[in-house]
Design a protein around this ligand. Structure first.
Ligand SMILES: NC(=O)c1ccc[n+]([C@@H]2O[C@H](COP(=O)([O-])OP(=O)(O)OC[C@H]3O[C@@H](n4cnc5c(N)ncnc54)[C@H](O)[C@@H]3O)[C@@H](O)[C@H]2O)c1
Length: 459
């Protein structure tokens, strides 16, 4: 079975020139159904995403915010006036071909979980009741040590981590067979796990498997899901900031199984704003003295993050953004000494309707000081749902194109992008967007756009 799987995926060509790509390389077609595996299927992000897809299928909602569905891409020179929809330029899986399967610590079906999440209007959710009720969470691989504020009982009985992984693999294979699924993507929409660092047991596949067999303390549930996904040939994307697939053992395994992986932590809300504003401030060489960010939110995510050990994981993810964009080591006078603080406050009355405040102290010409205030009244899951869809669609594309291991072109969607060893992550939203679009152009056999526009100046 494993050998079969390794042979069935097309390989990315050794000669990656555009000419070779055009002549010889074929991306396999997105035929049949795409299975979407979701740990945390009962959460706010998952239910908002799934209900959105069902609403779209019934023509009662539009998939705003999704690049794969609504985004356009310029091809060639501006004078050529070619700006097709991305989905018309390159073969992508269709929204209608997604088939959901998931796990959650809480047993409610997708209809009740969507109502409970309280993100979407009840009338809309009621109109999707028949479809949503059919999606039920399977028993979760869960360890309370990693998310102490959760008390659900919909949990697998098996205690050994390695056997739990085998259970997941069996389940995924059965889903694939029973529903006649062609390809698979897993996306972690589960809670943020507590903060811990990589250790020796994460170094190699063998040390990781041995550690699973011994229920080692440094193996979290999201790692067990990621391992099972890769073993089944499912692409894996991590929407939370916990390590999960971001360990050498699993990145190595993903290459062996020719599976694309990506993470971490969906880029929504305050961090999205940060990665829009910070590149602007930096490109105009305005200095930064400090950036204070605080917000209130009252959903289950907020409740989990109310535990300092879980918040620490989120904090690390949110803090890294400015360091990388401003590059204080290169721009000492402007950014060598800025103060950055991020706070999240659990405040139940707001539910998913987060409110975020930023105070940014900057300075300009001759050192004169200025302030920027941002007050973002956002909806966390409304911002996250299109990211989930795009990740599923583009990870499937990567899989069909034979692109394996870390998909850095997916950085656009993450607060804390995964990158190869010894590389720093790119956080600037505009560089990320260019990288993503140029990757799509390349896969479509089109030239990259460098915005040089030399024709302007020379005959
Ligand atoms: N909403 C956003 O904008 C946003 C942005 C960035 C990252 N995230 C991250 O995405 C994840 C989901 O966010 P959310 O708002 O939907 O949170 P949520 O608390 O509503 O949903 C998470 C779900 O995961 C389930 N879960 C936890 N551990 C599990 C396990 N081991 N197996 C199966 N299910 C498990 C929980 O029971 C819960 O239903 C969180 O980690 C969050 O930090 C969310």
């Amino acid at each position: 079975m494993e050998k079969e799987r390794l042979e069935e995926v097309s390989s990315f060509p050794k000669d990656r020139s555009l000419e070779n790509m055009k002549k010889k390389f074929k991306i396999s077609k997105p035929k049949g159904k795409l299975g979407v595996l979701i740990p945390g299927i009962g959460g706010a992000v998952s239910t908002t995403f799934i209900a959105g897809i069902e609403a779209y299928k019934k023509k009662s909602g539009k998939l705003f915010g999704s690049l794969s569905q609504m985004g356009t891409i310029r091809i060639g020179k501006r004078t050529e006036k070619k700006t097709p929809l991305i989905k018309d330029l390159i073969d992508l899986a269709k929204v209608e071909d997604l088939e959901f399967y998931g796990w959650d610590v809480y047993p409610e079906d997708c209809y009740n979980a969507t109502i409970k999440a309280g993100v979407l209007d009840k009338n809309l959710v009621d109109s999707l009741k028949d479809e949503l009720e059919q999606i039920k969470p399977n028993k979760a691989v869960f360890n309370k040590k990693f998310a102490d504020n959760l008390n659900g009982k919909n949990i697998k009985k098996e205690k050994n981590y390695y056997k739990l992984a085998q259970d997941l693999i069996k389940e995924i294979k059965a889903f694939k067979k029973n529903k006649n699924i062609d390809r698979l993507v897993m996306i972690w929409c589960g809670s943020t796990e507590i903060f811990f660092k990589k250790s020796k047991i994460h170094d190699t596949v063998t040390s990781f498997e041995n550690a699973m067999k011994k229920n080692h303390k440094d193996i979290s549930p999201s790692m067990i899901y990621a391992y099972a996904a890769i073993k089944c040939g499912a692409a894996y994307a991590n929407g939370a900031p916990n390590l999960s697939v971001d360990i050498p053992a699993l990145t190595t395994l993903s290459k062996k199984y020719k599976v694309p992986i990506a993470g971490k932590d969906f880029k929504t809300g305050q961090t999205l704003m940060k990665t829009i504003l910070a590149p602007g401030i930096k490109s105009r060489l305005l200095g930064l003295r400090g950036w204070f960010s605080t917000n209130i939110l009252g959903n289950r995510d907020g409740e989990v993050l109310d535990n300092p050990k879980n918040f620490k994981t989120k904090e690390e993810s949110k803090l890294s953004v400015l360091e990388h964009i401003f590059q204080p080591e290169i721009n000492k006078e402007l950014y060598g000494d800025f103060y950055h603080k991020v706070r999240i406050n659990y405040y139940p009355p707001r539910g998913d309707q987060k409110e975020a405040w930023d105070n940014i102290d900057i300075f300009g010409w001759l050192g004169y000081e200025m302030q920027i205030k941002v007050n973002f009244l956002c909806r966390d899951s409304i911002l996250a749902a299109p990211i989930v869809l795009d990740l599923i669609i583009f990870m499937d594309l990567a899989q069909r194109a034979g692109m394996l291991g870390i998909q850095e072109w997916m950085s656009f969607y993450f607060k804390s992008p995964m990158v190869g060893e010894n590389l720093y992550p790119e956080h600037d939203l505009f560089i990320q967007s260019m990288k993503l679009k140029n990757t799509l152009r390349y896969l479509a056999g089109e030239k990259n756009i460098d915005h040089l526009g030399l024709d302007y100046y020379y005959e």
